[in-house]
Design a protein. Sequence first.
Length: 327
Amino acid sequence: MQIAGYPFAHGLAAAPMAGVSDRVFRQLCRSLGASSTTAEMVSARPELRGTRKSRLRLDHAGERAPRIVQIAGGDAKDLAFAARVNADEGADIIDINMGCPAKKVCRKAAGSALMRDVDQVGRILDAVVAASPVPVTLKMRTGVSADRRNAVAIARIADAAGIAALAVHGRTRDQHYRGQAEYDTIAAVKRAVSIPVWANGDIDSPAKARAVLKATGADGLMIGRAACRRPWLFREIIVERATGCAPPPPGLDDERELLLGLIEQIHDFYGEEQGLRVARKHIGWLIERRPVPPVLYMDLMQAASAARQLRLLDCVFDAAEQRHIPA
């Protein structure tokens, strides 16, 4: 799979996720087989570019190309300006967010709310492609609601505007993340355009990856929530394709090394105070796989120092080792 001259071996992408897809998590996904990672969305509003949150989201130090920045907003001029500025600052690809269903984003006529107005979508895509010196991609949903699935119409507009690739989440805006993703619309998008298409939604195993590729004819797969819980899923898909057999999950020692390394890097990246808060999400996903007594869970969530949080994580793995809890 190639997008604007950039090769994407295996065609596996880690989806941009607010509050998750920081530089640390992106590098972890790359190390485990993701051929593409996208930074969590940044606002296109110029006055928000200088905030600490935006600076951290735009930190790509040490990452190999292509470095992809996702921009969000509802104003064509702001989005065009954001595309040009981010490209000038080192982004190799600009991605436009028309997929986020969060209320705080959609209230500002951004994210998936943009799909309500096809004419505005066209104006935005034309403006961003014209302003950006680097390729522009688009992430969207299948539509606004079940009776307004307009992804195919928007995909054709995107293709004509010069968008380099599309990622389509198999849900409408009003579904958020509820129910099961549907892939017929993604397949229709793929048939309607000449550019690469990523299929996104509910890909949580090598078997599901195979099924989604077959159902959609997509060029690649974009994985979001499942990668939060099992970032080694990218590697499992690659091995299963090569051998026909899905590999076993990482052993306890490997998972311990992976997670503790991730948490330490999060502490370093954000600083101790914010790092403790960010790390709790990843710890919560660990606990889903390896349940712990309520007292230990509360201690983990309330740890007041990086050192204590890491010590308690070690306790989780020690307990799992003693009880032989499978992943």
